[in-house]
Design a protein around this ligand. Structure first.
Ligand code: ADP
Length: 369
């Protein structure tokens, strides 16, 4: 908002205080002051005019304390509020800041120069805050659009891919009795590439759906989640003769499907990233600390160099070729997005050639918002 003169609304029922403030402020020609003595009049004034800032006494005849700040803020969220307090009202003043007031001014200490400065600072801060909030909303919106785009594209790609796979299978069957023909090799390559693309699309679909899934607030028994994951991983566990041990796991608040995906990705990596011929030994731990659970998935595999400890959580970032270890590079990015959504943290500790432990935290109490 830009005016030649600063438009201020003073809400103060104490005549002496109002007189003092008016006297300090009107020496300043660049200020126009409107004065109200109660909340009702102030709300009416805010309805009729635009102000650059509001000087607000909290104890009014028709409202008191934080209720006054809330009412004014609700009516006019974009105008900065400077709360006028008594000298011993610091606790209330700080509570008012938490409610969104920009500053507080102890009445007994008012001096003209810093009063003007405080008002200008409050206006600047409020403008920056509004801009930040606006940019944040834009960011959230564009992220949602991107996720929706990834979802639609990956969903629509599945169907033509199934057609390719279907016909490749038919050609493969036609040449089944002539394995030496080069076409047999070509079709094999088409089938392998299509299967990889299908896995990529499936993983991308999971990734893009994380933030639109139901809020992570249900009561989830991690033991039951793990049982299901171990059942799904049975073929890989059997093939590699992996041993998997676990601490007793807690019940926490989260999204059950996503926590299943999290365990599934970490465990399948722990089974996969092993030296050729080695039997995977994996342990799942859960430790309670300062209001959260710290989970660990520890393996005896190939390990990760310290330099790669952060980049592996980026989407499509892989440390090996597909020939060495198959994969899409989406698993850990998905894990990170799931843990972020549960307001937790995920990190890795590893010793190359010795093994790796992935840690993640989950809240003990339902998360907010
Ligand atoms: P993918 O396994 O499909 O390649 P991820 O996002 O799950 O994708 O993992 C990213 C990279 O992190 C992997 O390519 C691998 O190099 C490394 N990695 C993940 N888990 C482990 C592990 N338990 N041990 C060693 N390296 C791992």
């Amino acid at each position: 908002m830009s005016h030649d003169a600063l438009q201020l609304l003073l809400v103060e029922d104490n005549r002496a205080d109002a007189y003092l403030l008016r006297k300090l402020l009107v020496q300043e020609t660049q200020i126009q002051l409107t004065h109200c003595e109660d909340l009702r009049a102030a709300l009416h004034s805010l309805d009729q005019h635009c102000f650059d800032a509001i000087l607000l006494d909290l104890s009014l005849p028709d409202s008191s304390g934080l209720e006054t700040v809330k009412a004014i803020q609700q009516a006019n969220p974009e105008t900065p509020i400077l709360v006028l307090t008594g000298l011993d009202d610091e606790a209330v003043a700080i509570a008012a800041l938490r409610e969104g007031a920009q500053d507080y001014l102890p009445k007994g200490e008012l001096q003209r120069s810093w009063l003007i400065r405080a008002i200008h600072y409050a206006i600047e801060r409020q403008q920056n805050l509004d801009q930040l909030q606006h940019l944040n909303q834009e960011l959230v919106r564009s992220n949602q659009e991107l996720e929706q785009f990834a979802y639609v594209v990956s969903h629509d790609l599945q169907q033509p891919l199934q057609v390719v796979l279907g016909f490749a299978g038919i050609i493969d069957a036609l040449y089944g009795d002539r394995p030496d023909e080069p076409i047999h090799q070509y079709v094999g390559d088409i089938i392998n590439a299509s299967k990889h693309m299908s896995r990529l699309i499936r993983d991308l679909l999971h990734y893009s759906r994380i933030n639109s899934a139901p809020k992570p607030v249900e009561c989830v028994d991690c033991e039951a989640v793990l049982d299901q994951v171990l059942l799904d991983l049975q073929p890989a566990i059997h093939r590699t003769q992996a041993t998997i041990t676990t601490d007793p796991l807690p019940t926490i608040y989260g999204n059950e499907t996503q926590l299943g995906q999290l365990f599934q990705n970490l465990l399948s990596n722990a089974i996969k990233y092993q030296p050729a011929g080695q039997r995977p030994r994996i342990h799942i731990s859960a430790v309670q600390k300062q209001g959260e659970w710290i989970f660990g998935v520890q393996d005896n595999g190939i390990g990760i160099a310290a330099a790669d400890a952060h980049s592996i959580f980026q989407i499509f970032h892989r440390l090996h070729t597909r020939e060495e270890y198959p994969g899409t590079g989406i698993g850990l990015a998905t894990c990170k997005k799931i843990v972020d959504r549960h307001q937790g943290q995920i990190w890795v500790e590893s010793e190359p050639h010795q093994g790796t432990t992935f840690f993640f935290t989950l809240p003990q109490i339902p998360i907010q918002g």
